[in-house]
Ligand binder design. Structure first.
Ligand code: ZN
Length: 212
């Protein structure tokens, strides 16, 4: 794992390879115009820009524990994920939202095993409650499955649940219904290296041609 000195060296390389290129000059003059929003997990192994081989300016990225989308609600004050979604959809004109889940998700494992990191008023516990409907569906669909199998199934089910929650945001729903916005559920298997996509609730390997 890298220490801070190697991060600073890394910034030096970034500056030469990206910042001093035409790309950043254009991005700083014209602003960002990403067409794709990726909602990914905080997990350090699943950086969307690295997995999808993207440059600065290509992806508008939201990351949270277990790549969950909360339902639309007006109550409360600090809706970080919802605020970022609103900015991406309403201000940047995003055309595709990818909910990007992954294998070995710590948030989903904690949910399945009931082992959130802190006792009592755990932020993780209340956040992961968003995925309880997915957990319930998985337990019903896979009676007798092992813990690892259940976690894997729940990682995928939670992607579908987040896609359902996306449609509770009025500006997402209206743009999807008018064909201006497309929702995708993708799953990166960090064990096999496969990228899967949801089609009618089933996850199948995604090839380059399917991504247009
Ligand atoms: Zn995760």
């Amino acid at each position: 794992m890298k220490d801070l000195a190697s991060l600073i060296e890394g910034f030096g390389r970034f500056k030469k390879s990206h910042f001093e290129s035409d790309l950043f000059r254009r991005l700083s003059e014209k602003g960002q115009k990403p067409k794709v929003l990726v909602l990914g997990c905080c997990d350090s192994r699943v950086d969307p820009a690295i997995i999808l081989d993207c440059d600065p300016g290509d992806l508008f990225v939201i990351r949270n524990v277990a790549n969950l989308v909360p339902p639309f609600e007006r109550a409360g004050h600090y809706h970080g994920t919802s605020a970022a979604l609103e900015f991406g959809i309403c201000n940047l004109g995003i055309e595709h939202i990818i909910v990007l889940g992954h294998a070995q998700c710590g948030g989903i494992s904690a949910l399945m095993e009931g082992s959130e990191s802190c006792e009592g008023d755990s932020f993780v516990k209340s956040w992961m409650a968003l995925a309880q409907p997915a957990r319930k569906r998985v337990l019903e669909k896979h009676p007798g499955a092992s813990g690892a199998e259940l976690s894997k199934a729940c990682e995928k089910e939670a992607i579908l649940s987040s896609m359902e929650n996306l449609m509770t945001f009025p500006w997402v729903k209206s743009k999807v219904e008018s064909g201006k916005l497309f929702l995708h559920g993708w799953y990166f298997d960090i064990e096999s290296g496969e990228l899967l996509a949801s089609t009618k609730g089933r996850f199948e390997p995604l090839s380059g041609e399917d991504c247009s």
